[in-house]
Design a protein around this ligand. Structure first.
Ligand code: 26W
Length: 795
């Protein structure tokens, strides 16, 4: 496709699809027109992929996820189709910068964080690998809330991405399923039949996901809830118009909003309804497709794989058994075995408060037949493994982790450490009963979005050095190692980083009115705000450093900008206090005429995928400082390493593997290991001991406690100070001293710019293993037992 072909197609869509005259088109019109023109290029490979999968009778992978944090799609599609240059030229002709058009797209925030973004990377990798697959999720009308700060406090506003027409989706009014709730179970001809009392319609919306080089496209199918009946006509006719629309409002509520809490499922009825809603629709859709091709249900495990992204779709176990047994007459034990052959479960957290459990009363009321089936599943499991007890139903609750484990043929963790801890802790008993079930699949990220799309400067440099094969085969980055003794290469590497930093400096100036020095080290922590991620450890170190610079303003300080980004769940009070403290510290430090040339703190509001794409390429240092044993994997950590930002971090999640890959000399390690953390906690007064041993820590905590950062309002941050000097469950104080030491090593290393750039480039060269293509190959080999439908040559 030439740039004039693309321009013609854009102008065609502007006129005939959008009804706009070029003379009056605004940026949004151009963006829509470009999206439609690009979408046209996706449609043929998309249809071809579907045809190929049917013709080859390939096994299909269904990735069931409550969240798909896809962000913007236009640039990603253009990059994967190889149309970036063409699009640039087309818009040069049209007199509008392509970047202006691309940045007009809303960021689809249909997820909270790591779990949702992982699902988005996986679905892209499955397309890039040409694996017949489909993502199933919910088409939330409102994604994750928008965050702003008022006097340093987080304020939430509703997100409204569907306010504008969504350019990528195809509505499927014919793909609908009736989803029931409540009611009772009756016996008919010796069979149990669920007769739901309420119901609604799940309607499909399809978004094509194009893979690298446009060879293959899969579908992301998101379900939207519609009423079975739009109006209560009796009420409407009697004049009660508001009440007449009640059924519609109620039904639509199910897909209205993404739950913004990624740590504490609150046992909310609506959440369980959302989970069943999308799971049931997805299973039925997949079964319909299967039954259009095959007539033997026993073939199901050979032809269909359902991956459960955490326990949110774990009701798939009992629902699939119900579809096979109640509705299709397979004997119960065969139904359970067949369902298990199709299902596998990925665990993403060990935090006890994040493990889903539903009151039996609620499950029985909403899904009475499923509750009975869960009892049968437990009984069958106990019969099979009579020696010990490990049930899904216990103490008046349905434990979704146990249910997913028992109903999955494989259960995986998301980093080597996390998988080991799964075996030792939450699934200890079940692991003993099924020693081959738990396996590891370390997370990965897609290089198309996170390197090629987000970091064109670095990408050009890499391609100049080793060719462009790395984009589809990221381990080729190791070829960069031979260039590291070439001063010219390192200079260009430094220039790429510097260019990215300058872009960020300009953007921060325009959007936040804060001036940053691009020569300072950009030290970045971006992720959800949570105690275990320890943003407060980072800000404590900033406070201590500020105090030390004030004591000794003429010393040889390495200039640093600490950048934070991340949202706190609206109900998570302590996380919000951490945000407030960071913003208050930023205000004081940035206004300090003596220290601010060495140290600034910036908390950028509304962290999302788009902001991550801007920040990560411009980062020098990656903060991965969670309490060891608590971060299942992390995926931001991988994006930083790939983009040439070394890590300061603990031995937690995938940090362990990143350190092994990049080399211990190129990673700033600090802190206790997971077993050391547990042992330390046994000492009741670990925080007091740590504070007594480190005057810097004591002084920083004093400043949090007094009114240093809350002028005229002492006590504002007392909650954090009390937590840290008291209970300190996440052992912030006990890791502080070693964190400080590691940070000073970072300072010294950064001061030697030549050495630093070498270390940064080594991080890039040695991080190729962290591609989500590698993760997907692992799932394909060990869990789904299938592979690409196309050979490397496209046949
Ligand atoms: C129902 C409440 C709820 C919602 C979401 C509980 C837990 C979750 C997720 C499991 C939280 C999550 O996103 N976990 C993150 O998953 C990433 C992808 O595997 C990992 O990289 C992160 O370490 C992990 O915190």
């Amino acid at each position: 496709m030439t740039s004039s072909d693309l321009r013609d197609s854009i102008l065609h869509h502007l006129k005939y699809s959008l009804g706009k005259d070029a003379a009056h088109a605004v940026t949004q019109d151009w963006r829509m027109a470009l999206s439609l023109a690009v979408r046209d290029r996706i449609t043929d490979p998309w249809f071809d992929a579907t045809r190929t999968a049917y013709a080859g009778q390939n096994k299909r992978v269904y990735y069931l996820s409550m969240e798909f944090l896809i962000g913007r799609l236009l640039q990603d599609a253009i990059v994967n189709l190889g149309l970036l240059e063409t699009a640039h030229e087309a818009f040069t002709d049209l007199g509008l910068p392509l970047d202006t058009v691309l940045s007009n797209e809303p960021d689809a925030a249909l997820g909270n964080g790591g779990l949702g973004r992982l699902a988005a990377c996986f679905i892209e990798s499955l397309s890039s690998l040409a694996v017949p697959a489909m993502g199933y999720g919910i088409r939330y009308e409102h994604g994750l809330f928008k965050q702003s700060f008022v006097q340093g406090r987080q304020i939430e506003a509703p997100e409204d991405w569907l306010q504008q027409t969504h350019a990528w989706e195809f509505e499927r009014p014919e793909s609908t399923y009736h989803i029931g709730f409540g009611g009772r179970v009756v016996q008919k001809d010796g069979r149990s039949v669920w007769e739901p009392e309420d119901g609604l319609i799940a309607q499909a919306y399809d978004t094509p996901v194009i893979g690298w080089k446009g060879r293959w496209a899969n579908t992301l199918r998101l379900w939207s809830a519609k009423p079975t009946q739009i109006f209560d006509l009796d009420r409407f006719n009697s004049g009660d118009y508001i009440a007449a629309s009640a059924p519609e409002t109620l039904a639509r509520t199910i897909s209205r909003v993404l739950y913004p809490d990624d740590t504490t499922p609150q046992g909310k009825e609506l959440r369980l309804k959302q989970e069943f809603f999308f799971t049931a629709a997805s299973l039925r859709d997949a079964l319909r497709r299967f039954e259009s091709e095959y007539d033997d249900l026993h073939l199901l495990p050979q032809k269909v794989a359902f991956q459960l992204n955490d326990t949110h779709p774990a009701i798939a176990g009992p629902e699939l058994v119900r579809l096979l047994h109640d509705e299709r007459g397979l004997p119960m034990d065969e139904a359970i075995a067949t369902a298990r052959g199709c299902l596998a479960y990925t665990n993403h957290t060990l935090l006890p408060e994040a493990l889903e459990r539903w009151p039996v009363e609620l499950m029985g009321r909403l899904l009475p037949r499923h509750l009975q089936i869960i009892e049968r599943i437990d009984a069958a499991h106990a019969a099979e493994k009579p020696d010990r007890r490990a049930n899904a139903l216990e103490d008046g609750e349905v434990k979704m982790g146990e249910l997913a484990f028992i109903m999955g043929h494989k259960v995986n963790g998301v980093s080597a450490l996390h998988t080991d801890l799964m075996k030792q802790t939450v699934f200890k008993e079940l692991h003993r009963l099924h020693p081959d079930r738990i396996i590891n699949q370390t997370n990965g990220v897609t290089p198309r979005r996170w390197v090629l799309g987000a970091n064109p400067r670095l990408s050009t440099l890499i391609t100049d050095a080793i060719g462009d094969g790395w984009v589809g085969d990221l381990e080729q980055l190791s070829g960069l190692e031979t260039h590291l003794d070439d001063a010219g290469f390192l200079d260009r590497f430094a220039a790429a980083k510097r260019g990215n930093k300058t872009d960020l400096v300009d953007w921060v100036q325009r959007n936040q009115g804060i001036a940053l020095d691009p020569d300072a080290m950009f030290d970045v922590q971006i992720k959800r705000i949570h105690e275990y991620k320890r943003q407060h450890l980072n800000i404590l170190e900033a406070i201590a450093l500020w105090q030390e610079i004030r004591d000794n303003p003429n010393a040889d300080w390495t200039p640093r900008v600490k950048i934070f980004g991340g949202k706190a769940a609206p109900g998570y009070v302590f996380a919000k206090e951490i945000i407030h403290l960071i913003n208050d510290v930023a205000a004081v430090l940035n206004a300090d005429p003596v220290t601010s040339k060495y140290l600034k703190v910036v908390f950028l509001p509304n962290y999302n995928v788009t902001l991550a794409e801007r920040l990560i390429p411009a980062s020098d240092l990656s903060e991965q400082i969670s309490t060891a044993g608590k971060e299942a994997s992390g995926t931001g950590n991988m994006k930083f390493a790939l983009n040439g930002a070394p890590t300061i971090g603990t031995l937690d999640g995938a940090n362990v593997e990143i350190r092994e890959h990049v080399g211990t000399d190129n990673f700033f390690l600090f802190g206790m290991t997971a077993p050391e953390v547990d042992a330390r906690r046994e000492l009741g007064d670990h925080a007091a001991q740590a504070i007594a041993a480190d005057p810097r820590l004591a002084r920083a905590l004093d400043a949090v406690r007094d009114d240093t950062f809350a002028p005229g309002d002492p006590g504002r941050h007392a909650g954090i100070a009390e937590n840290l000097s008291g209970h300190d469950y996440f052992v912030v104080c006990s890791d502080f001293t070693d964190y400080w030491r590691a940070q000073r090593e970072v300072d010294a290393a950064y001061a030697d710019q030549g050495g630093w750039m070498r270390m940064a480039a080594l991080n890039t060269a040695r991080s190729g293993w962290f591609s989500s293509d590698r993760s997907m190959r692992g799932y394909l080999a060990d869990i789904w037992r299938t592979g690409p439908a196309l050979g490397a040559d496209g046949e």
